[in-house]
Ligand binder design. Structure first.
Ligand SMILES: NC(=O)c1ccc[n+]([C@@H]2O[C@H](COP(=O)([O-])OP(=O)(O)OC[C@H]3O[C@@H](n4cnc5c(N)ncnc54)[C@H](OP(=O)(O)O)[C@@H]3O)[C@@H](O)[C@H]2O)c1
Length: 332
């Protein structure tokens, strides 16, 4: 089969497209013809080898995907060749597809049958492939963990990325007031189109100052600041984001694009009785809900580009350069 892959950690220049052996489905697995897959914020980290995760080389990038069943393992029941599926990419015992097991930037991939999810007819392969990691994680973080509600003021850092655009969409749909951060003008215009009430150009403006200007400095007896901060950037943004939260505010983290061991300032956590809330991944029900939301037109995944497999390296470079709004889809 044709696949995009790398044989050692490095840069997008290490990604090549070529022939690899087509995997075979075991008795409880299915072979899937991949029709669309997508890149996520962790793909450049896996390529660079900056995580503690063990990468099976040669490594095929990309986690999320949608496709059609090409063949069934001997013990698989209830599925047929040709069924359109968007599987849950996490496999117990093997880990996440595209992290510790080979990814989906290939013509074929094998998945356990228990991971399969049927795609509604109205959902395209491209839209489905945009959903699992980024949209799934945003869905769980905003609803289950942050418990956003109408009227909440929600500050979203890195709002232009895959998780971010969905967080903006969900917060607006829930009736929140959204302050969305991004690093370039064209992406900020797109955030406004998505409904963000206020945008912050982090290449020119200090988001903490913008929050203070809009809502006042947070006060220990209440008032000022925002109700919810979404921060998967970490690094130097962490303490600044604590300083934006109102008394009893919720500060959410699901990642750390700019560093996972930032400086801390405990004074803000106790003085403002902040709730620091972790959020990790999503659950199968969230993915089903998102597929249904796309089918009904309630949600439209933000896709910047749909590209052939040959443009995987170029797309990865664009993600590293922070030149992407939402998602890039690869169609092997
Ligand atoms: N725990 C989980 O289950 C889980 C699941 C999904 C994602 N995550 C994590 O959540 C984060 C976002 O994921 P994603 O897929 O949305 O990534 P993404 O598409 O690359 O978006 C991240 C956004 O953050 C902004 N950013 C600010 N500082 C950055 C920096 N130093 N490096 C890179 N980007 C920076 C960029 O926007 P501007 O350039 O416009 O500022 C970028 O658009 C990642 O850290 C990822 O690992 C965790």
């Amino acid at each position: 089969m044709k696949a995009a892959y790398y044989e050692n950690h490095g840069s997008p220049a290490d990604i090549q497209v070529g022939e690899m052996e087509t995997p075979e489905a075991g008795p409880h697995e299915v072979l899937i013809r991949v029709r669309a897959t997508s890149l996520n914020g962790f793909d450049p980290m896996m390529l660079a080898g900056t995580t503690d995760l063990k990468t099976p080389m040669p490594m095929i990038p990309c986690c999320d995907f949608a496709g059609e069943i090409a063949s069934l393992g001997s013990s698989v029941r209830g599925w047929e060749v040709g069924d359109r599926v968007c599987p849950m990419p996490f496999v117990p015992g093997e880990g996440m597809t595209g992290e510790t097991r080979r990814g989906a930037a290939a013509e074929y991939i094998v998945m356990p049958a228990v991971n399969l999810m049927k795609m509604p007819d109205a959902v395209s392969f491209e839209d489905a492939a945009a959903l699992p990691i980024a949209y799934g994680t945003a869905y769980r973080m905003m609803h289950e963990r942050a418990r956003i509600k109408a009227g909440d003021k929600v500050l979203i850092l890195g709002a232009t990325g895959g998780v971010g655009v969905c967080a903006v969409d969900l917060a607006k749909a829930a009736g929140c007031e959204v302050i969305a951060c991004g690093s370039s003008n064209w992406k900020l215009e797109k955030l406004k189109e998505l409904g963000a009430d206020h945008v912050v150009d982090t290449s020119k403006e200090d988001f903490e100052q913008v929050v203070r200007k809009l809502y006042g400095k947070p006060r220990v007896m209440g008032g000022g600041g925002v109700d919810v901060v979404i921060n998967y950037i970490g690094g130097e943004t962490w303490v600044k984001s604590l300083r934006c939260a109102t008394l009893n505010g919720r500060v959410l983290t699901c990642g750390a694009s700019a560093g996972h061991a930032p400086e801390e300032d405990l004074r803000f956590i106790w003085s403002f009785e902040l709730n620091i809330i972790g959020s990790n991944g999503w659950r199968p029900d969230d993915q089903i809900k998102l597929l249904d939301m796309v089918a009904s037109g309630e949600l439209k995944p933000q896709i910047q580009a749909i590209r052939p497999l040959e443009e995987t390296a170029q797309s990865m470079a664009q993600l590293i350069d922070r030149d992407v709004f939402g998602k890039i889809i690869i169609t092997p």
